[in-house]
Ligand binder design. Structure first.
Ligand code: GLY
Length: 394
């Protein structure tokens, strides 16, 4: 098995035995629900844009890669409160997602896991909905059409017969759980086989020897051999985009959940230590991990929320023999305390975000120091994880 570097954790901002108070989590959830209630009235059958403008989302149709996060929040709200008002809207969304996949509307990319796990797999798990199951299986069928058999990966974007697009990205770690789920419910192992091949390719190439992640990685179409790592959303090709690192942490934990592949522990451990060592004073990372306090760059709160969920998920499985396990929990608790105390949007208005200070895409100037809908989703998922045995939708 490939071994990568596991740094010692040496971040003095992470205080041993940090706890999260149940009362703080409950208050934060109530805050999320207050915002969500306003947003349900505001968005009607539409969806929030991927990122905010001055912390307010605009209204969009079901055409973006991010639309599942809002539906996922409705399912989290339903799971927590049992109030049918959340389920009613979420079920309308499920119909919309069914329509989207049936008519192939903006589905020629790999983000079908983000879209369909949180909307339709969640619906199926919570309510047994037949249409949700059908939609999610159709999405899994579509996702495997992007599999490049020679190079053994699922292609992120673009035409499937072009070397310019022959690459996969670390984010896809969160798309492939849809495939493991599809194999479980259909009994057809092809989805899991493809997911597993993609996962193995990711462990080989998209994670560097120092345990940081490339954002994207190109393979040679003709030979199937690795070419090079290149960034799209990180600062540079050799920096570590914070959200990419967080996608890696959570993605590995979710892959372990399905595969029980013990190799996951090594990669998870190394990537998490790398992430923790680069947390600044308030424990919320900058948008790229090369930045720290004093560099005059933006935070990305969404990366923290994703990493908390990943660490929390892996806490269930990580052997006690991994000494850093307690430090990982301290870091997750510190991050959650910081998000609750300093990053919740107190300005509760129609269309508003929950979590402040995210970065969508620095190079294209999108969503800089703004809310984003996946940040809101992962914060809510993290909070629920701290309060109940949450039904994982991934
Ligand atoms: N998956 C795209 C992003 O994290 O911005």
């Amino acid at each position: 098995m490939r071994k990568i570097d596991i740094e010692d954790i040496k971040n003095s901002h992470i205080i041993p035995n940090t706890k999260v108070k149940r009362e703080d989590v409950e208050n934060a959830i109530n805050h999320v629900l207050t915002q969500l209630d306003l947003n349900i009235a505001y968005f009607g059958t539409q969806f929030p844009s991927s990122a905010t403008n001055k912390n307010v989302y605009s209204k969009i149709d079901n055409i973006e890669w991010t639309d599942g996060f809002y539906t996922g929040m409705l399912w989290l709200a339903y799971e927590y409160t049992n109030n049918p008002k959340y389920r009613d809207v979420a079920e309308q969304h499920v119909n919309s997602f069914y329509h989207r996949i049936l008519h192939e509307i903006e589905v020629d990319h790999h983000d079908l896991g983000f879209l369909y796990s949180l909307s339709c797999v969640a619906a199926y798990k919570l309510t047994g909905s037949a249409i949700a199951k059908k939609a999610a299986l159709l999405a899994a069928d579509k996702l495997i059409t992007r599999y490049q058999a020679k190079s053994k990966f699922i292609q992120a974007w673009g035409k499937l017969d072009s070397q310019d697009h022959h690459r996969f990205i670390i984010d896809c770690m969160l798309n492939i759980p849809l495939l493991y789920w599809a194999s479980e419910v259909s009994g057809n192992n092809i989805y899991a086989e493809i997911a597993n091949n993609h996962f193995e390719t990711s462990l080989k190439y998209v994670i560097r020897d120092d345990a940081s992640a490339y954002h994207t990685f190109y393979m040679d179409m003709l030979t199937g051999k690795p070419l090079k790592g290149v960034t799209r959303q990180g600062f540079s090709d050799d920096s570590s985009w914070a959200r990419g690192q967080a996608w890696g942490i959570y993605g590995i934990a979710l892959n372990y959940r399905y595969t029980k592949n013990e190799k996951c522990f090594h990669f998870y451990h190394a990537m998490t230590n790398y992430f923790i060592n680069r947390l600044p004073k308030d424990c919320i990372c900058y948008w790229d991990l090369i930045f720290n306090d004093g560099d005059n760059h933006f935070k990305d709160s969404s990366s923290a929320a994703i990493a908390i969920c990943g660490i929390n998920e892996m806490m269930r499985y990580l052997p006690e023999t991994i000494e850093d396990k307690a430090k990982h929990l301290d870091a997750a608790n510190s991050m959650l305390n910081s998000l609750i105390k300093h990053y919740l949007n107190q300005d509760v208005v129609a269309g508003g975000c929950v979590l402040l200070h995210g970065v969508y895409s620095w190079h294209s100037g999108k969503g800089l120091d703004e809310g984003n809908i996946w940040g809101d989703y992962f914060l809510f998922e993290a909070l629920l994880r701290y309060i109940k045995d949450h039904e994982i939708y991934w």
